[in-house]
Structure formats: structure tokens, C-alpha cells
Design a protein around this ligand. Structure first.
Ligand code: NDP
Length: 311
């Protein structure tokens, strides 16, 4: 009996993922969209992004859930998740895309682009003398698969780059700080704070009014991870009061961001609709296939998610 991989995503095209995966699975695994599965008993693998409630109950023989992305917060929070291993994507192209976006956002603030955009809207030649990269301190909160690559890219540009995580790590050009006690001092010295933390019970609203107050006056804030890591009302207040000079925001507590949300119109704020990075079929397919083979042959999984940590 051929095993089946069931696919569900409201964002990603099934045909493209099927065609990218098929050559790596050598015909040993059938790939089907959830609505087209005729024999749910054969489904051993699920490749999913935000499947609907009750999705997993249809497949009693699931052995692996593959999250079609890096962030697993919505998946691990479900109460219908079967007790099987979960893996996430750790796709090199997704990492490059995220590092590129974060670098753009850091440069936007480091090179005072919001100041020039505002001046241009007034047809005003508003010279502001540039600073050397080494004079700008950037703090990257979260040094995981995506965060570590972004931090090393920022460091490569010559910025004084710091990172924050739970555990120490060795990253070229990045000074790493660990644990809750280290956060306040780091926020106080950063000109630009980049949030790349996963959303977990520990990180939910971790960037609250106290955290924004701890940031340097005039600092800029970038969020590319999850909106709920931030107390959005506190962020609005920090921007409105001028304590923060601006922000580049790709993620929000509620998406799409409501048309009347104050963040749309605050000065120095750039809003993008949750697209800093996406999973790319051709570069993600080999690792998905490797994990399917690992289940079939009893081998070790890669990119497995810790349910207890939540990332
Ligand atoms: P990882 O899960 O690989 O790494 C998470 C990092 O955060 C680790 O360095 C971890 O520390 C650190 N961390 C977790 N909890 C804490 C805590 N309580 N205190 C301090 N540090 C903590 O994440 P990725 O780098 O792969 O991705 C980050 C997030 O980016 C994803 O969770 C997802 O939400 C988001 N994302 C957004 C996209 C977009 O388009 N906007 C696209 C893809 C992902 P340690 O290393 O010590 O474990």
C-alpha cells in the first residue's frame, strides 16, 4: 500500500509543491490535497500551513506533521494536534529572503530613509549627515535559523551587532546576550531593535510598555516574527510619543491590519503585509523528502520542533 502525503495551505499552490516534491520521493509516496484524499488510512504525512480545525482527525495513521513554514506557533497551540513529531522548514532560500528583508529594514532606519521620505513629501532638501555603520548598534532578538543569518548579515555590513537568545552561540561579528536579565541593558543601547523571536507562551507580549520604555530614545523597531510578541498598544504609544523614531512592521496581532489601525499613519512607520520571507518549494523539497524517508526507514528527523519549548 502506497503511503500518502496530504497537503493543505491557503497560501501555497498545491501543484507547485507537488511538482517540487515528486522527484525527491521517487514515486514511493502519493501527494494529494486534503479534499482529494480517497483513502485517509494511507495518510502518514501531512504538509500543512494553518489547516482548518478538525483537519487531523480524518487521518488516523499520521506519523509526521511538516509545518509549511518556519513559525509553528499556530500549529503547536492547536488542541487537535496528533501526538506525532512536528518538523518545520529550515530552507536556505527562505533564510536568504528573510535576511535580505531584515537588512533592507535595518538600512532604512540606519540611513534615515523615513526622514528623507517625509522631506520629499514636502519637496524639501533636508540634508542629514550619514553616520558610519559602526556607530549604529543593532540588537537582533532571537538567533534561530532565520535570526542568526540576519544578524550575521547585519554584522557583515559593519554595524555594531548584538543578539539575544536563551542559549549562547558563536556567530561571526555578533555579540550574543542570553536570558531575561540581559534584555534591558541590550534594549537600552540599541539604535535599532529587530524582533525575530518565535511566538511562545514566554515571548507573548514580551515587548511590552516596559520594554519599549527601556529602548533608547529615538530608537527604531523592526518586527518580522509575530505580531503577538509585541504589545501593539504599547508600540503605538511609543511611536506616538516620539520615544521611538519609527518602525518597519511585517507582522501584526491581527492580520490583515485593520484599515483604521493607528499604525498605518504614524510617522516613520512602514507596513508590509507579512511577506518578509516565504517557503520556497524547490529549496524546501529535499528536506521534506528526507524527513519522509526518515519516518519510512526509522532514521533521524531534521528540523524537529520542540513542543515543550514551542519552537
Ligand atoms: P527559531 O525557532 O529557529 O529560533 C528562535 C530563536 O528565538 C532562538 O534563537 C531562541 O533561542 C530564541 N528564543 C526563543 N524564546 C526565547 C526567549 N524566551 N528568550 C530569548 N530568546 C528566545 O526561529 P527562526 O529564526 O527560524 O524564525 C523566527 C520567527 O520568524 C519564526 O518563529 C516565525 O514566527 C517568523 N517568521 C516570519 C516570517 C515572515 O514572513 N514575517 C517568515 C518566516 C518566519 P535559542 O537559540 O537559545 O533556542
Amino acid at each position: 500500500m502506497t503511503d500518502t502525503l496530504v497537503f493543505h495551505s491557503g497560501l501555497d499552490p498545491f501543484d507547485v509543491w507537488r511538482d517540487a516534491l515528486a522527484p525527491h520521493l521517487d514515486g514511493h509516496v502519493r501527494i494529494e490535497e486534503a479534499h482529494a484524499v480517497t483513502d485517509p488510512e494511507t495518510v502518514r504525512f501531512a504538509l500543512v500551513w494553518m489547516p482548518p480545525a478538525g483537519f487531523f482527525a480524518r487521518f488516523p495513521n499520521l506519523e509526521l506533521v511538516i509545518n509549511l513554514g518556519a513559525g509553528v506557533d499556530r500549529l503547536v497551540a492547536r488542541d487537535d494536534l496528533p501526538d506525532v513529531p512536528i518538523t518545520r522548514l529550515s530552507d536556505p532560500q527562505m533564510g536568504r529572503m528573510m535576511a535580505g528583508f531584515v537588512l533592507f529594514a535595518v538600512l532604512r532606519h540606519a540611513r534615515d530613509i523615513p526622514h528623507f521620505e517625509a522631506a520629499q513629501a514636502r519637496s524639501e532638501w533636508a540634508y542629514k549627515h550619514p553616520r558610519a555603520a559602526s556607530e549604529t548598534t543593532v540588537a537582533v532578538l532571537g538567533l534561530g535559523e532565520l535570526g542568526a543569518l540576519a544578524a550575521t548579515e547585519i554584522a557583515r555590513q559593519g554595524y555594531d551587532t548584538h543578539g539575544w537568545a536563551t542559549r549562547p552561540k558563536d556567530l561571526a561579528g555578533v555579540t550574543v546576550h542570553c536570558g531575561d536579565d540581559a534584555l534591558g541593558a541590550l534594549l537600552a543601547k540599541a539604535d535599532i531593535v529587530v524582533c525575530m523571536l518565535p511566538l511562545t507562551p514566554e515571548t507573548r507580549e514580551r515587548l511590552d510598555a516596559a520594554a519599549f520604555a527601556a529602548m533608547k530614545p529615538g530608537a527604531a523597531f523592526i518586527n518580522v516574527s509575530r505580531g503577538a510578541v509585541v504589545d501593539e498598544a504599547a508600540l503605538v504609544e511609543a511611536l506616538r510619543s516620539g520615544h521611538l523614531s519609527g518602525a518597519t512592521l511585517d507582522v501584526f496581532t491581527s492580520e490583515p491590519l485593520a484599515p483604521d489601525h493607528p499604525l498605518w499613519t504614524l510617522p516613520g512607520v512602514l507596513i508590509t503585509p507579512h511577506l518578509a520571507s516565504v517557503a520556497l518549494p524547490d529549496s524546501a523539497a529535499p528536506q521534506i523528502a528526507a524527513n519522509i524517508r526518515a519516518v519510512q526507514t526509522g532514521g533521524a528527523l531534521i528540523n524537529e520542533v520542540s513542543r515543550s519549548r514551542g519552537y
